[in-house]
Design a protein around this ligand. Structure first.
Ligand SMILES: Nc1nc2c(c(=O)[nH]1)N[C@H]1C(S)=C(S)[C@@H](COP(=O)(O)O)O[C@H]1N2
Ligand SMILES: [Mo]
Length: 383
């Protein structure tokens, strides 16, 4: 190619690559840019004080949308189930609602949570730690739909298509992701085709009228505005599967797929904040500390809290198990605060023994971060 072919074919600036930059990491002193700010202003996190609720109240759950929220208000929505099936299905909303409904409390976290603190910083949605929320999702177990369609003997994956459309790193696409058939057709926990969130129809930003819910998996698997399910006899190689959402060190490294949520604990910020620095201010004396902890590999079994910047750790008290194994668990403890500056930290360990690092690991997409949270606090006497 002579390098001018693209420009002459459609005129200068008429190639998607010209408006759609490749993935990159920020330079050593490069601050968060306007492009990252634009993403951060669209995709909001959980205000950390909302960690106090078992189920995140409407509007406080984090939101991440790669492209635009599509226009999906119509009651005429159809979901198709096709590909390697014996009986392709076209299901309308009343039919989906006529299947036995299941409601599951699920904590969802964006795989990019924590990306903004990485050094070097992958340039993308700049989450700190707040890309998490817990909802009660109501829907049909996907397994029932697959049984109805009859899974072909050669099917290996289910591919889920969303109705949103955009460009990413030069590639025009609908948002599509796949799951291995064993996960898609699993019963414990079931993957849901959900139409309800916290007892109401799904809000537009969370996938109205249908989304996938994959308990224990990072957010990218929970395809919103779900329109089609296609069983395939080869693994799906679409952009969101084989280009995005891979753990890789180098751009040309094939990497490993991002799947389940690594354990993490977060704290309801104690005391009150400074407006600009968000540093917490508390009074001397006993300060109650509480928060939530979760893991996509199994229940959190241990939460430790440090009030001396990680030099020593004490056990926090965990709420008794309540059967919601795919949702976060409450923890609490008390801290005797003395005047001065402090750093509080919290660390979760799950049933598989997975825990949180105290040194920051790094990967190019900034995925799966679960570095222990550090919360700077200033303790000052009453004025
Ligand atoms: N169709 C579609 N589904 C999607 C996305 C998207 O952009 N389009 N974003 C994914 C990502 S990366 C995340 S983290 C979750 C966020 O879900 P929420 O906005 O309901 O919290 O949705 C996932 N499902
Ligand atoms: Mo995400």
């Amino acid at each position: 190619m002579d390098g001018r072919t693209g420009a002459t074919a459609g005129g200068p600036g008429a190639r998607l690559e010209d408006i759609s930059p490749p993935g990159r990491v920020a330079g050593p002193d490069e601050g968060i840019g306007i492009d990252e700010l634009a993403l951060a202003a669209r995709n909001h996190g959980l205000p950390l004080e909302a960690l106090r609720y078992d189920v995140t109240p409407p509007g406080l759950h984090y939101v991440l949308v790669h492209y635009d929220i599509p226009a999906t208000a119509s009651e005429d929505w159809l979901l198709t189930v096709g590909g390697r099936v014996r009986r392709p299905l076209t299901l309308d909303l009343p039919t989906l609602r006529s299947f036995p409904a299941v409601t599951l409390r699920v904590t969802m976290e964006c795989a990019g949570n924590g990306r903004a603190r990485l050094a070097p910083r992958p340039v993308s949605q700049p989450w700190l730690v707040e890309a998490v929320g817990t909802a009660e999702w109501t829907g049909v177990p996907l397994r029932l739909l697959l049984d109805e369609a009859g899974v072909g003997a050669d099917a290996v994956e289910a591919v889920f298509g969303g109705a949103d459309h955009g460009v990413e790193r030069g590639v025009e696409q609908d948002y599509r992701r796949s799951l291995p058939l064993a996960v898609a057709s699993g019963g414990d926990p079931p993957v849901l085709v959900a139409y309800g969130m916290n007892g109401s129809p799904l809000p537009p930003q969370h996938g109205r009228p249908l989304r996938l819910v994959v308990p224990g998996w990072y957010g990218m698997a929970h395809v919103k505005w779900l329109r089609d399910i296609t069983l395939t006899d080869t693994p799906f190689t679409g952009f969101q599967q084989s280009v995005a959402y891979r753990y890789r060190q180098e751009a040309d490294d094939p990497g490993e797929p991002v799947t389940r949520i690594e354990p993490r604990a977060l704290m309801v910020p104690p005391g009150f904040p400074d407006f600009m620095s968000r540093t917490r201010v508390v009074r001397p004396g006993p300060v109650p500390l509480e928060g939530r902890a979760w893991s996509g590999y199994g229940e959190v079994e241990r939460v430790e809290v440090s009030t001396d910047d990680g030099r020593s750790w004490g056990e926090a008290e965990l709420a008794p198990p309540d059967g919601n194994v795919w949702a976060w668990r409450r923890w609490r403890t008390s801290w005797a605060a003395g005047p001065g500056r402090h750093v509080l930290s919290v660390r979760a360990t799950d049933a598989t023994g997975r825990t949180q690092p105290v040194e920051q690991p790094w990967n190019r997409g900034g995925f799966g971060n679960n570095l222990v949270q550090r919360v700077p606090v200033l303790c000052v006497p009453e004025r």
